[in-house]
Design a protein around this ligand. Sequence first.
Ligand SMILES: [Cu+2]
Length: 250
Amino acid sequence: MTTLSRRGFIGTSGLVVAAAGAVSGRTAFAAVPEAPTMAEATTQAPLVPTTGPDYQPVATLNGWTLPWRMNGDWKEFHLVAEPVVREFAPGMKGYLWGYNGQSPGPTIEAVEGDKVRIYVTNRLPESTAVHWHGQRLPNGMDGVGGLTQPHIPPGKTFVYEFQLRRSGTYMYHPHSDEMVQMAMGMMGFFVVHPRDPAFRRVDRDFVFLLNAFDIEPGSYVPRVAEMTEFNMWCWNSRVFPGIDPLVVGK
Ligand SMILES: [Cu+2]
């Protein structure tokens, strides 16, 4: 655990090359990848793969895909947990918590077998951690704050590293004050494409995350203490060649 916390945590103030060695001995590139942010709550164009195996990129309805960079054979992402404002309808805004400017957070997209390094910076007013729901990974990367890792305090960055063992539609969400943080909107998709592009090839691929918020008329903040039975619904709609759209609820 000591080794993990020393290796996992870095300060966010000193985002300089010199910090790279403290992150991981394998990190030869500049310290921390850029953290893209999204101001729009509308559907953004899918990100066509520019490296590695080919795949049909997924379109996140009313959402977007998190850009990444390659660092050696690691695919690097940077998530920022932070307060966001989401406009549900014109003039109707919710003060939520999310990732990189939006709630839900951006879709993370990669390929089975990829090695991913995901920097998570906490800009919330309380600790957080990210659980990679459904992924098979080392226990120390499972993102359960206080159990498999120390909580990530405000202002700090934790680095997750693991290899993607199987394809599928997954999600990420906090395991740190989770009833509050998920009710506040912290969740996002994690889509892992099959390594073999011919395996269940699709023509078009969509994900759609539905979430219900209890927000009093005239106010902005979800009533998280009342939202004890909230549910989120994740949909992945895959359009196979020559076949009607298949909708799979998760
Ligand atoms: Cu989960």
